[in-house]
Design a protein around this ligand. Structure first.
Ligand SMILES: C[S@@+](CC[C@H](N)C(=O)[O-])C[C@H]1O[C@@H](n2cnc3c(N)ncnc32)[C@H](O)[C@@H]1O
Length: 262
């Protein structure tokens, strides 16, 4: 199973890289946290800044940032070559570097702003990654992590149809409170956590398209074949029975930031 990949990764992203961007929700707007960081820096100093996106995947965040912001140098790193190949095809003037987030080939104090989006649950020794990010930040620099918080979204449609997925995610996603403690242990100051909870209604037919093919969602690739088949069959039965247009679901997006003292 994917959990036994030799490099310890949760799933093999080389196998999904080519289709990763097919879902519209993979596209990115310019990073609001980066804009907020830049507001604190005089614009004439922006060309001295270095921005790193860890677990950058197919590069969408950095490509959106670079199109909107002139000045900084941009670096994206990811463990999987297939993801970086997709990124490289979008912009050859961004440095795309293959590296495990727990040990990156950069000298100490080399980045002003580091982000990681929807990647932390894939990392092996997580406290090691946080210490590595702290090492790479310049004094005064800022790290911002974004992810879902499964602990706060147990009524999500995904988990109602695939209960095994909730078990997997609760074990792979560190709880928000623990994350804050881990950031402080790694040396970060001004640690801030925000949770953005949203309840919405979705069309079950559209939701079915999100879970098929299965590799649209990394957690669905980890649960048992039986649990996946059972969830899809129940969803199809419900659609057949006319359940469907306004089905409630919930999400919770976690944003965690911290700074390295001057
Ligand atoms: C859900 S994707 C997120 C990609 C991108 N940040 C985004 O928001 O679309 C998770 C990413 O983590 C990467 N990844 C997995 N294990 C990693 C590791 N040990 N070090 C760095 N990146 C890793 C995967 O290759 C994948 O690109």
């Amino acid at each position: 199973m994917p959990r036994s990949l030799s490099h310890g990764a949760r799933i093999d992203y080389d196998t999904v890289a080519a289709g990763y961007d097919s879902q519209p929700y993979r596209q990115k707007e310019v990073d609001a946290a980066l804009l907020a960081y830049l507001e604190r820096i005089p614009a004439h100093k922006w060309p001295l800044l270095r921005v790193l996106d860890i677990s950058c995947g197919t590069g969408n965040q950095l490509v959106a940032d670079k199109a909107a912001i002139t000045g900084p140098s941009w670096v994206g790193s990811d463990l999987f070559y297939g993801m970086l190949a997709q990124a490289q095809a979008k912009d050859k003037n961004i440095s795309w570097v293959q590296a495990d987030a727990c040990g990156m080939p950069f000298v100490c104090n080399s980045f002003d702003f580091i982000s990681q989006q929807f990647g932390f649950h894939h990392i092996g020794p997580r406290s090691m990654m946080l210490r590595e990010v702290y090492r790479l930040l310049r004094p005064g620099g800022c790290f911002v992590m974004t992810n879902i918080a499964p602990q706060e979204m147990r009524q999500a449609l995904l988990y109602r149809y695939f209960p095994e997925a909730l078990d997997v995610d609760l074990s792979d996603f560190v709880s928000p409170d623990t994350l804050v403690a881990m950031m402080k242990d790694a040396g970060f100051s001004a640690v801030e956590l925000s949770l953005d909870r949203r309840v919405s209604q979705v069309d079950l037919q559209d939701f079915l398209k999100k879970v098929q093919p299965r590799d649209n969602n990394s957690t669905l690739m980890i649960i048992s074949d039986m649990a996946y088949a059972d969830g899809v069959a129940r969803m199809k039965r419900d659609i057949g029975r006319g359940v469907g247009l306004h089905v409630p679901t919930e999400t919770c997006i976690l944003t965690l930031s911290g700074e390295k003292n001057d």
